[in-house]
Design a binder for this molecule. Structure first.
Ligand SMILES: [Zn+2]
Length: 399
């Protein structure tokens, strides 16, 4: 594989003849390490990757915090480090800037430490430099760390396309002590993203023509991972959020961090996406939503909408009740939208129809169906909030 050649898993796994189906394919990172305080062990773990000169992609703020702490630890363990400061958006301009700066620097591996966009940019940079990537997420807010793909945005922050890589990260290291110290809203957002995993993997598996994010049929493994992900959230989501609110690492938090990061990452990539992520990606085209809400928050309302679209009223109610308990959006007002925002609803509907994996849904999805499902989900969520209140949402969005 050439370093800058675009990799297209869909043509890689396309069936060899029109009357055949795509093969079942499962991909994952090579190693996943999670625990309280593991950032301090990075010097030892890096011996598994086998390079003594590493680039570290981190934000300017991260450099004064966890990124700087990790850098000192690596240097104390005898590794050379080269800092690469992430500008904040996973755009082609940003990626090219780091590739140019790091080419010829002699680094043998890249560590991306930070949030989802820093991690996604790190995948793109490491692929172009043809060096192994180590991902150190500082939040459990999204399913980016474990996948071999990046969502690419314009410099203004509108998602434009997905870039795929032939290899997953060489290692993913999650320090739950760092996750516990971050604001609760990030862990909760990750639960919205992770909850989608099961419902989207399920429709993909059930649809004989359904394809995963890499254009292959899902496996029993990816489906079972998605199901465990949802079960873990329902059982431990509320107590894990309380642990983060208190800044403590508990067993519930460990379980939910694994669900948000490992199970969600593998589950969406090898299990497939559907309407929930189509709606979330379309929401990034609405500036007021994009600027103020996290990926998992948009996905959460997408999950409710997808279940409504499937006609699964009981499960839609179950997920709405859970989302209210942890503080995720369950109606349009929770994303600063309303049922009479015609332009915004048109944008989401049109974008969802164009989403590459919308064909995994069991029915044909047109803009009218998306719009009526968005409105029905809004009604369902509004009624539930009227019933149960939305104290957790109000608390997380108090600033
Ligand atoms: Zn996601």
């Amino acid at each position: 594989m050439g370093t800058a050649e675009p990799y297209q898993p869909h043509s890689m796994y396309a069936p060899g003849a029109p009357d055949r189906v795509a093969p079942r394919v499962f991909i994952s990172p090579q190693r996943y390490v999670q625990g309280d305080g593991v950032l301090g062990e990075m010097g030892r773990y890096m011996s598994l990757v086998g390079s003594d000169r590493v680039a570290i992609l981190m934000s300017a703020r991260g450099r004064t915090g966890e990124g700087g702490r990790m850098t000192r630890g690596l240097e104390a363990a005898g590794l050379d480090t080269v800092a690469a400061i992430f500008g904040g958006e996973c755009s082609v301009v940003e990626i090219d800037r780091h590739v140019t700066a790091l080419a010829g620097s002699g680094v043998g591996a890249l560590i991306a430490i930070g949030g989802g966009k820093c991690v996604d940019a790190g995948k793109a940079v490491a692929h172009r430099l043809d060096i192994p990537l180590v991902v150190v997420p500082t939040l459990a807010s999204n399913d980016a760390p474990c996948s071999a793909l990046s969502v690419i945005y314009t410099p203004e922050g509108v998602s434009t396309h997905v870039e795929f890589y032939p290899n997953g990260p060489a290692m993913v290291v999650v320090d739950t002590g760092i996750v516990a110290a971050a604001p609760e809203r990030f862990l909760v957002s990750g639960m919205g993203d992770a909850m989608a995993t099961w419902y989207e993997a399920r429709v993909t598996m059930a649809n004989p023509r359904g394809l995963s994010s890499i254009g292959a049929r899902p496996t029993i493994a990816s489906s079972a991972i998605g199901e465990s992900c949802a079960a873990t959230l329902y059982a431990h989501g509320v107590t894990a959020a309380a642990a983060v609110a208190a800044g403590t690492v508990t067993e519930s938090l460990e379980l939910v961090v694994e669900a948000n990061t490992l199970l969600s990452g593998i589950g969406f990539e090898s299990g497939g996406l559907a309407a929930a992520h189509g709606i979330a990606q379309s929401c990034t085209a609405i500036p007021g939503v994009h600027a103020h809400y996290l990926h998992g928050e948009m996905v959460a309302f997408g999950v409710v909408t997808q279940l409504v679209m499937e006609g699964l009223a009981d499960e839609a109610q179950q997920v709405v009740d859970f989302f209210i308990d942890v503080g995720l959006p369950v109606h349009l007002g929770h994303l600063a939208l309303g049922p009479s925002d015609t332009d915004a609803l048109d944008t989401i509907s049109a974008g969802t129809v164009e989403f590459p994996m919308i064909g995994n849904m069991p029915m044909p999805v047109d803009a009218r169906l998306v719009r009526s499902s968005l409105l029905a989900a809004h009604e369902l969520g509004s009624a539930a909030v009227a019933d149960r209140g939305d104290g957790a949402y109000a608390r997380l969005h108090a600033d």
